[in-house]
Design a protein around this ligand. Structure first.
Ligand code: SAM
Length: 258
């Protein structure tokens, strides 16, 4: 996969791609990531990329000419048939794991990082295939949003992570992932659930599935409503509801006795 990020502040994006998982993905040839400085596509003495908005008002707007030139140049140089151009904007579709999976199936992505008040509308209407937001809040620029998208997408590239690591993960199906423990078996009086030390893989899988269901039921019941649960999982869920009821009864008794 190839990912080009168009930005006026390439320095912001250097760090995230030089460490850990993304660096490994680049080094192992899973992805080719390029930081494209928008100013390289200007032709004036001051490399001007922005201008004041027509109609007045505060802030600046990224000009259309350098963005058109940059995207057209990247498309021309691309060795892939399809280049998907994505604009980072708080007005876009909110990013999620499903979108990350879809993007991981693309071969060449061009991410446009906005700044100031945003970009000239003609870029959006004539150049952009898709608009993505990373949530209902406003950042100063699209760079960190782009880094988040790159990280979520790259870890899903086929063959990059162990399959198990991504299939059990939160949002890969309709459930949140179960809790994890590592050594020591007892830390400050807090013991690891005995089943995890049992070596019984069937029991461990059952425990994990129940924990996964419980977490989702308690934290994200909206996910469970859309989930297509197996008959066995429906039984676990009923057991969990009973367990929670019992725990609440115990808790109430304790409170009353204080
Ligand atoms: N004036 C714009 C509006 O009200 O919709 C906000 C512009 S914002 C200050 C500058 C740039 O940051 C945007 O062009 C976009 O690239 C990026 N940005 C801000 N919030 C974002 C978000 N939630 N998701 C993705 N990109 C965002």
């Amino acid at each position: 996969m190839k990912i080009d990020l168009i930005t006026i502040f390439p320095g912001i994006l250097e760090g995230p791609f030089k460490e850990s998982m993304i660096k490994r993905a680049i080094d192992q040839g899973f992805v080719d990531i390029n930081l494209i400085d928008l100013r390289k596509y200007t032709h004036d003495l001051h490399n001007k990329v922005d201008d004041t908005p027509y109609g007045g008002g505060c802030g600046m707007v990224l000009k259309p000419e350098p963005l058109f030139e940059a995207v057209e140049d990247l498309k021309k140089k691309s060795t892939y048939d399809q280049v998907r151009v994505i604009l980072l904007t708080p007005q876009g579709q909110v990013f999620n794991q499903q979108k990350a999976c879809q993007l991981a199936g693309q071969s060449h992505l061009v991410l446009i990082c906005g700044r100031y008040e945003g970009i000239d509308e003609r870029v959006r209407t004539a150049l952009v295939d898709e608009e993505i937001s990373i949530g209902d809040f406003v950042l100063t620029g699209g760079e960190l949003a782009a880094a988040i998208i790159v990280e979520a997408v790259v870890r899903l590239l086929p063959g990059f992570l162990e399959e198990e690591a991504s299939t059990d993960e939160s949002f890969s199906g309709s459930l949140l992932e179960y809790p994890h423990y590592t050594r020591p078996a007892v830390f400050r009086g807090m013991a690891v659930p005995p089943v995890l030390l049992s070596g019984n893989h069937g029991e461990i899988a059952r425990w994990r599935k129940k924990q996964s269901l419980r977490r989702t039921y308690e934290r994200r019941p909206d996910l469970l409503q859309q989930a297509d649960l197996l008959p066995k999982e429906k039984v676990y869920l009923e057991e969990i509801k009973e367990e929670i009821k019992e725990e609440n009864k115990e808790e109430n008794k304790k409170q009353q006795s204080i």
